[in-house]
Design a protein around this ligand. Structure first.
Ligand code: MEV
Length: 435
């Protein structure tokens, strides 16, 4: 059977599955049955999920876990986390408990503006373009009014439109570099609609202007930027270094070692990437649970980690006058209205769990999840090593790979409470109890 098909999207769900299983699978019935096992019996709910994207054949589950005891600006939160990695939720919960006993997390939103750009090519004189831009600026704002009216009523809208000359980087390249405030919306649709209107107004004005030839201007594209260095939130913790003492670990010594680990991630990109990946374990999990766009957030945060010309740690530490301070500033463009937020039943559930935060509050919660996750990872790395906790959480996955029964699982959990978990040790243990 050919592996090429035209008109696939027009097929019904069943027809799509039949084509897939007949084309790619040896066990056709099993492959098709597996997809159906993941369908929801509530047909309305299933249809909702089917319609999120094109060519849906089934649902793809991720566990939704929760991490309680997060004290953020003196308020308790239980964080929802959608993630597959075994140790992430446990690590978050541990960090939450650790800092709850030391005053909790403090957060501040440092900025909320977002960026979009109209990219265009212009081959004429810059001074003429600049004069034209200054003349058309009020019309750009005016003709976007039908799009911006509602946002403006709520206090948001267009904050600035600037003409940027980028010809030093690329011949004939200019931008309308635009700044927006989108309040509780992530703002992608609002920003992109404004930008497309700006591009249209700009082109119409240009074409009608006798100072220019039409061929001198080519609008290339209009799109928001996921780099949002002015939509920033700070999350931090601090305590006397002596208060870091815990379970035989000396606070002062721990603080020094912890600070060295952060210093390494500030100068060594190989380490910085893994260090920041640990932060993203916390961030992505809450971003996903709250129906936000984790790809946009990942892209923006990693770009921010490189803002000084080298990829660096996003978290920082200081030890001054006996006080340990650990903090992170990150860009986060998130929404609490629009997108999936009012559509996906589990996302709605997560918002209720978080006490219906607005976008600023959600920024703060997500940043804390990242900081907590990094604290837990670096704490393990610089004390026990990461594998002890990680493998303990991974034990169930290994047992499931071997289809262990409930009794076998119980026996294994008891055994590995006092023995190091490694893949081979678990295999050996199962073989032993089964023989
Ligand atoms: C694993 O998912 C994340 C860590 O590697 C992060 C880190 O090394 O800091 C443990």
């Amino acid at each position: 059977m050919t592996q090429k098909i035209s008109g696939f999207s027009k097929l019904s769900k069943i027809e799509k599955i039949n084509w897939l299983t007949q084309t790619y699978f040896s066990g056709k019935e099993t492959a098709s049955q597996l997809l159906k096992t993941y369908w929801n019996s509530d047909t309305k709910l299933q249809q909702l999920h089917d319609e999120f994207i094109e060519n849906t054949v089934t649902n793809y589950y991720l566990p939704l876990g929760v991490a309680p005891n997060f004290l953020i600006n003196d308020t308790y939160y239980t964080l929802p986390m959608a993630i597959e990695e075994s140790s992430v939720v446990a690590a978050a919960s541990k960090a939450a408990k650790f800092w709850e006993a030391r005053g909790g997390f403090k957060t501040t939103v440092l900025g909320t503006t977002k960026i979009g750009q109209v990219h265009f090519m212009y081959s004429g004189d810059f001074k003429r373009l600049e004069a034209f831009f200054n003349e058309i600026h009020p019309t750009l704002i005016k003709e976007a009014k039908p799009i911006t009216e509602n946002m403006e009523k709520r206090g948001g809208g267009i904050k600035a439109i600037e003409l940027v000359n980028k010809t030093a980087a690329l011949a004939n390249y200019y931008q309308l570099h635009c700044t927006f405030e989108t309040l509780d919306a992530m703002g992608a649709n609002f920003i992109n609609s404004c930008l497309e209107q700006f591009a249209q107004t700009f082109k119409n004005g240009f074409d009608a202007d006798i100072r220019f030839r039409e061929s001198e201007l080519s609008i290339i594209m209009s799109i928001l930027s996921n780099y949002v260095p002015d939509c920033i939130v700070r999350a931090e913790v601090s305590c006397p270094t002596a208060d870091l003492t815990e379970k035989g670990i000396d606070g002062e010594e721990f603080a020094e070692k912890f600070a060295q680990a952060i210093a390494i991630a500030e100068v060594e990109p190989y380490r910085a990437v893994t260090h920041n990946k640990g932060i993203m374990n916390g961030i992505d999990a809450v971003v996903l649970a709250t129906g936000n766009d984790f790809r946009a957030i990942e892209a923006g945060i990693h770009a921010y980690a490189s803002k000084d010309g080298m990829y660096k740690s996003l978290t920082h530490v200081s030890i001054e006058d006996g006080t340990f301070r650990f903090w992170m500033d990150i860009p986060l463009a998130v929404g609490t209205v629009g997108g999936l937020t009012k559509l996906h039943p589990l996302v709605k559930w997560c918002f209720e769990l978080l006490k219906q935060p607005n976008a600023k509050e959600l920024m703060q919660i997500i940043a804390v999840a990242g900081l907590a996750q990094n604290f837990a990872a670096v704490k393990s790395l610089t004390t026990t090593g990461i594998q002890q906790g990680h493998m303990k959480m991974h034990l169930m996955n290994i047992l499931n790979q071997f289809e262990a029964s409930s009794t076998e699982k119980e026996q294994a959990v008891t055994h590995f409470k006092t023995n190091p978990v490694t893949h081979s040790a678990v295999v050996h243990f199962i073989e032993k109890i089964r023989s």
